[in-house]
Design a protein. Structure first.
Length: 76
């Protein structure tokens, strides 16, 4: 959808973290800001058994919590 919006095909409702650089660079502009939905962006880490979790999976989940969560909550 981002590529279609960048190509001028129409409007799109995209997560801020997907288009923040495009907005900052002037490639996209926000419209209909009075009608923005205030719903959160959710990311889920689903795994079978915490007792047998690989260290690399635990590290990835920790990364998501530390780095990705703040980006999802940020407003542009």
């Amino acid at each position: 959808m981002r590529q279609l919006v960048l190509a001028g095909i129409g409007l799109g409702r995209l997560a801020a973290f997907h288009v923040a650089e495009d907005i900052a660079a002037g490639r996209l502009v926000q419209v209909l800001t009075d009608h923005e939905a205030d719903d959160p962006e959710e990311v889920h880490a689903v795994f079978v058994d915490k007792r047998h979790m690989a260290g690399r999976l635990r590290a990835f989940i920790d990364f998501l919590v530390e780095k990705v969560t703040p980006a999802l909550c940020r407003r542009y």
